[in-house]
Every structure is written in C-alpha cells, then in structure tokens.
Design a protein around this ligand. Structure first.
Ligand code: CA
Length: 668
C-alpha cells in the first residue's frame, strides 16, 4: 500500500512541475497531449472521446485504460501469453534490478549498482557499448515477466518506477529545457552527450520494441494506473516519432529500427500516425533487403552474427505482418531472399554447430542456433535442409553437396562432410565491407573432428575511449588473421575476386586474389582433399618491397616446432595437425602474440607465428603451406616440390606426407 502511494505522489509531483512551468517546459515525455495523438474517431474510443470533449482528462485516462484492457487483442509476434517462461538469467536480471543493479551489458558482469536515486549517466568503464546498452533496459522484460508469472508487485513497481524515472531524467528535449532555464554551457554539453547515448535510434528502437512486451504483460495489473498509461503512451509515441525522423543511414541498425516501427504501427493502431509508422517500416525493409543482401544470400556486413540478426529482423517483421493481416505488403521476392539467407547460415557452420568468428562475430551457442533454425523452419516448412539443421538430423535431409561457394560475399566452404568426423575449411575473401568487417581477406578457419585449429581472433570489444579502442584494434589487425601481410601492416585494400572454384568429391580447389597493398597483389589458392589435407599456395607480386609474412594463428594448446620448421599440435586426444611451409626464398619463422576472443571482453592466449621472407621491388614470391592431419597414414617428413614451369596462370605442386603423395594444380 505504501508503495502505491509513493508512485502516485511521484507522478503527481511531475505533473505539478510540468504544469507550473508552462509554456516554457512541455509536459513530461512529450509536448503534445496524448489525446491529440490518438484517433478519437475510432468507434471503440467513443467513451474516451466524450471525456476528452468534457475536458476531463483523468476520466479519459480511465476510459482509455478500460479500453486497452479489453480491446480485441493485437497479436504481438513472438509473445505467447499462455506460455511465458523466465530463464535463469532473466530471473537474475529482474532480482538485481530490484536493487538497482542493472544488467547493462553482458560483457560487464556482475552488474553495476546505479544508485538508490538512479544515475542514468553512470559510466564505470568508458566503453561506449556499456553506456548505450544501459538505455536498452534489458532487465525490463524480465521484470514484467516475473510480475506476470508471480503477481509479486515488487517487480511491476520496479518496472513502473524505473521507466518513469528514466523518462524524467532523460528527456529528449533536455537541451532546450536547460537552455530555457539558463543552464551553463557545461551542463548543456553534458545533457547533449547524455541524449546522444539515451536516444540513439538503435536504443530508442530497442525500447520501442520491448515496451510492447512489457505493456502486454502488465496492462491487467491494478498497479498499471490510468496516469501511468497516459505517460506510457505519450512516451511511446515520442519514441516512434523520434525514430521516424532519425532512422540510421544504413546497416543492421536501420533494419532493427524499421522492424520495430512496423511492430509499433501494427500494435497501436489507435495512434493517428500508426499507419505511417507501419508503412515506413515495411518500405525500408523491402528496400534494404535488396541493398543489404548479396545475391548469394549473405548480409553485406559480412559478419555471421549480424547476418543472423538480419534474418531474425526480416522474419519478425513478416511474422508480425502475417499475424495481423498485412502480409500482402511484402513482395514474394522478400521471403525468397530470406530463404537464401538461412541457407548461407547453416553452410557456414562447422558440424558441431560452432561458427567462424569473422568480423565482430562471437561464438554462438548450439542451443540458440537450433532454436533460431526451428523458428525459421516454421516460415519455410518445405525447406528440408533447414529442417535437418533445426532438428540435428532427426527430420529433413542433408543437401546433396558438401563444399559450397558464396562468391558475391566472398565466403567459401571446403567441406569433406556434414558429420563430426569431417574436415571443414571456411575461407573469407570478399568485397569491401564496413561496420563490423575487418581487413582479413584470404583468412580461413580449419576445423577437423570437433576442433577448430585456426579459430578467427574474434573482436573482443567494440568501441569507446582510446584504451578500449586499442583493444579492439588489436583484434582487427590483418596480422592476427591467417593471411599474408606486407611489413605486418593492415591491408590497404579488401576487394577479393574469385579466380577459380572447383568442387569435386575428392578435392576442392579455390583461387582468389586480393589487391592487398599498393604494389602487392596476393593470390591465394586452397586445395582441400577428402582425407583432410589442406594445401595453401600464396603468390605475392608487384612493385612493392618489404617483408612478406604469412600468418598462422592456432587454437589455444601446446605446439612444438621440429628442426625443419614443421609445427605440430600436441593434444592428448590424438586429434592433431602438422603445418609446414616452404617458399621461393628461405623462410624465417617468427613467433607472434596470439589471442582468441570467443565472447565480449573474454580472451585466451594462443600460439601464433608467421613465416617471413624479404621481397624486392618487382619480385614475385611464392609460398606453399601444407596443413595435414597428424595420423598414422601420414607420419614422417613433409616434402613440398613445386613444378619448375609455374607461371602466374598455371601452378602445380607435388606434396609427400609420410607415405602418401598428392598432386595439386590449377590453370586459370
Ligand atoms: Ca577477425
């Protein structure tokens, strides 16, 4: 009882403050009266309209609450009120939030305490993501769910208190308010900075989406007062309006925002502008699916994680539209493109459902990938291959191929099979990309029998002050990828072209070329055999002089070098490889710093080295590397004998590994 009084008083206090300051200070949350924003001509709002016409806003609020508690339900895609579950993490997020310990970022745990009187500007580590993501309110849905399942008022009270507090302390027009109140330059600058974090369209969009779930889970509660409904709807509209006029220019942020606007427009048709929100979302998604997805089905940021996020966005939007009768606003090509995107996803996976971590991609867990595949499968019930991956082989069918190319985006999968005994090499050699991409053309992961021997370094962190940025930049470097550098520099150009792709049951051949540096072109050929051997032939040509290095970043674990420079991994389970390189000039082996990051702000040391040789101006250098499983059939020394008559367009090499001899070559 005491709690409810407190909330009531708090709201009253805001209302008084806002009223007293008129007309300089607008009403809390928005400058417009809620009832100018709603379409009161809708017959179901006739009682609300009557109260508004009498000038009785409290009565209108009451009528409006009654209406929202009983209106014909709008389906909120993805929310099943009959089947709400609280995960362990959500329970923790909700319980911590009761003590103002806010789960602002997965990478910064345990959660920080934001003060009894919440300080939404608290920024304990100067990583931009920590401050941005605080304003996504990750713990709000957990609070709403915990309330919904337990009816324990502490949860809903915390949600109402905290959202109200956030609205009060992060007004979108904060700068204007401070100017009008004669605040100092310093205060105004701090306010502007805060709005940049609190109201970035990405964060506003996240709230726009999550507020719907929170609303659906709490609207029936007696704690959800008519006054709070008024504040909720006014600020909700403010979010939608802000995004409508401030969409991100491009990339996944724009997709997220558009999908969330579509949800807003469909869920609250009572707003006058709802149809405009919906149409703007659909229009952007229809346009961007053509811009952001390569013809081979990969999202143009070339990042596995954001690729999956883009699929989810496209399908969520479609699902919401379908459930509420707007499906015909999407053309057939839209759904075909999303289907292609799902095909790229399982092609890039290793047989244990682990994923390459190119760009800003993190390690995804198998359970959530399978869950995603199952939800995609519901949209594509006739896709038997997707079904196979969704059910881990219990239903559906495997594709009739193993290796696969995605040349428009530059992903190539050299695969001996789909089972966990297989060997899979994923190569990244694509067009220029941005945002979450890294200068890594030619790099690869090599996975065999459950072990990724060359996991990508990952990204570690995104951005922030110079210390945080330095950490990010370490993981972005070309030299921490498995490719060729000049003087260990980052690539000047990332624009690989496919020269040859030949997938056959015994052997898959891939040749790509990247204009890596001014004066150095890097041609790289991969030969992958059915018995797990991977041979890489690098050719560096051009006017540039300097040190050419080919880098190998291995998985964490012990390794040893033999006298002839052959590296061997030393895993106890017998799943090991050997690596040997030879070049057109004597090679120097250079041990390097190595790290791999599977998750945000987590990293593990790993062995890494480069094989180097000096390059004179105009000289062409070649370097051949053999990566072989270290098995009984292939004990003994490794011999690499290139053909005498190799030219730019023709290449051949004989490889002997212990008792086995192989021959590889290509002609362009
Ligand atoms: Ca990387």
């Amino acid at each position: 009882m005491k709690r409810i009084l407190m909330i009531g008083c708090a709201l009253l206090a805001f209302a008084t403050a806002a009223a007293a300051a008129e007309p300089v200070k607008p009403a809390l949350g928005d400058e417009k009266s809620l009832y100018d924003l709603l379409d009161l001509e809708r017959p179901e709002l006739k009682n609300v309209k009557k109260a508004v016409e009498k000038g009785n806003i409290p009565a209108a609020d009451k009528e409006l609450l009654k209406y929202f508690r009983t209106r014909k339900p709008v389906q909120l895609f993805g929310l099943d009120l009959e089947n709400i579950k609280v995960s362990k993490l959500e329970q923790r997020q909700a319980d911590e939030a009761l003590e103002h310990k806010f789960y602002a970022h997965k990478g910064y745990q345990p959660s920080y305490f934001y003060g009894d009187d919440i300080d939404w500007r608290y920024w304990p580590v100067r990583d931009n993501e920590l401050r941005w993501q605080l304003h996504r309110h990750y713990w709000f849905i957990p609070l709403a769910k915990c309330y919904y399942l337990t009816r324990d008022n502490r949860y809903i009270d915390a949600w109402i208190d905290q959202y109200t507090d956030w609205v009060k302390k992060n007004p979108l027009d904060g700068v204007e308010r401070l100017k009008a109140a004669g605040a100092s330059e310093e205060e105004i600058a701090a306010e502007r900075e805060n709005i940049r974090f609190a109201w970035r369209p990405m964060e506003a969009g996240r709230r726009l989406q999550d507020l719907l779930t929170e609303f659906a889970l709490t609207i029936q509660s007696p704690r959800f007062s008519p006054e709070f409904l008024n504040l909720f709807l006014r600020t909700y509209r403010q979010h939608a309006d802000h995004i409508l006029h401030n969409y991100s220019k491009q990339g996944n942020h724009l997709l997220f925002e558009a999908q969330r606007m579509l949800f807003a427009g469909i869920y609250f048709p009572e707003f006058r502008e709802a149809a405009e929100w919906r149409r703007s979302g659909i229009e952007i998604l229809n346009r961007e699916i053509g811009v952001q997805v390569y013809p081979d089905g990969m999202q143009f940021e070339l990042d596995f994680g954001y690729h999956i996020a883009a699929i989810d966005i496209f399908l969520k939007a479609l699902g919401m539209a379908r459930q509420n009768g707007f499906e015909n606003e999407f053309p057939a090509s839209y759904i075909e493109t999303v289907g292609k995107m799902t095909t790229v996803t399982w092609n890039l996976l290793f047989p244990d459902y682990s994923n390459p971590m190119f760009g800003d991609t993190k390690s995804h867990d198998k359970a959530s990938l399978k869950k995603q595949f199952r939800s995609w499968s519901r949209v594509f019930p006739d896709d038997h291959q997707l079904q196979w991956f969704a059910s881990e082989g219990r239903k559906g069918a495997l594709p009739d191929y193993t290796s696969q190319q995605f040349p428009a985006s530059g992903f190539y999968v050299l695969r001996t099979g789909w089972d966990t005994d297989a060997t899979v090499t994923v190569v990244k050699a694509g067009p220029p990309a941005f945002w979450h991409n890294q200068p890594d053309n030619g790099t690869f992961d090599y996975w065999r029998r459950g072990r990724n021997f060359f996991p990508d370094s990952g990204s570690y962190v995104y951005g922030g002050d110079s210390a945080v940025l330095a950490q990010r930049n370490w993981f972005r470097q070309t030299r921490v990828h498995n490719t060729l550098t000049l003087d260990n520099r980052n690539l000047d150009s990332t624009d690989s072209k496919l020269l040859l792709w030949k997938a056959a049951p015994e052997e898959t051949v891939l040749v790509t070329e990247n204009p890596s540096y001014e004066g150095l072109t890097h041609r790289r050929a991969f030969f992958a055999t059915q018995d797990g051997l991977l041979v890489i032939a690098d050719l560096a040509t051009g006017a540039a002089a300097g040190t050419v290095g080919v880098h190998f970043n291995l998985c964490p674990g012990k390794v040893e070098f033999a006298k002839d420079g052959t590296l061997r991994t030393l895993f106890d389970d017998g799943n090991n490889i050997r690596i040997k390189s030879t070049g057109s000039a004597p090679l120097k082996i250079q041990q390097e710093e190595g790290w791999v990051s599977n998750a945000y702000r987590k990293k593990e040391e790993r062995p890494a080295y480069a094989v180097e040789m000096p390059k004179k101006a105009g000289e062409s250098l070649w370097l051949i590397t053999v990566i072989t499983p270290d098995d009984d059939a292939r004990k003994g020394s490794i011999a690499i004998v290139p053909d005498q008559e190799n030219t730019g367009s023709r290449f051949g090499v004989a490889i002997r590994v212990g008792g086995k001899t192989y021959r590889f070559g290509y002609e362009l």
